[in-house]
Design a protein around this ligand. Sequence first.
Ligand SMILES: C[S@@+](CC[C@H](N)C(=O)[O-])C[C@H]1O[C@@H](n2cnc3c(N)ncnc32)[C@H](O)[C@@H]1O
Length: 210
Amino acid sequence: MGNEAANWAYAEDFLVEDRVILSARDAADELGCVPVLPGAGQALQVLARALDARHVVEIGTGAGVSTTYLLRGMNPAGVITTIDREAEHHKAARRTLADAGFAPERARMITGRALEVLPRLTDGGYDLVLIDARKVEYPMYLEHALRLLRPGGMVAIDNALWHGRVPDPAQRDEETTAVRMTLKAIREDESLTTVLLTAGDGLCVAMTAR
Ligand SMILES: C[S@@+](CC[C@H](N)C(=O)[O-])C[C@H]1O[C@@H](n2cnc3c(N)ncnc32)[C@H](O)[C@@H]1O
């Protein structure tokens, strides 16, 4: 044990975020929502690029930080379906995506509660699902994500370490327990190929069977 904190900080600062992402972070700050940290955003961009993703679902748009990272990795013809219950957040995300140079048709923004919207999305129709909305609903988001993914698709769960609370057995609040239950369900699903990355606030990535 020794340099973990310094290693983590070095990795988070490894790539410099551009003006678009930094101004989306300012917008998120004004709205009081917390975007993915740089390491998680960059991992999402690489995953979307590796999959050459054309169809992505994002649960929790915020001001569009993760949306921008994902779109930057996706196939240039790809469309992201992004869900948020706050119309104000979608408005800010639309400004972010325009600022990043993406045509409006690249993002289908659905304003509503995730658990009401997700059942309307097509089974097996998506390459990648990002989970980043209400922590207590994570186990249910996971069930939907596994239904929505095509064979060989990926689910990514942000805040998988939830500010260090998930690994600490003394933390038993509702949100931490829900994130922990989600990770347990993933770990116990032998059909998934899984990694828990320490990037950002923890990003758990699981790939469905071929
Ligand atoms: C952590 S922020 C998302 C940050 C975003 N992924 C990013 O990196 O910029 C969580 C978002 O989920 C939304 N949210 C919270 N509960 C929700 C729910 N039940 N259904 C849909 N969206 C929800 C909030 O309005 C907020 O914008």
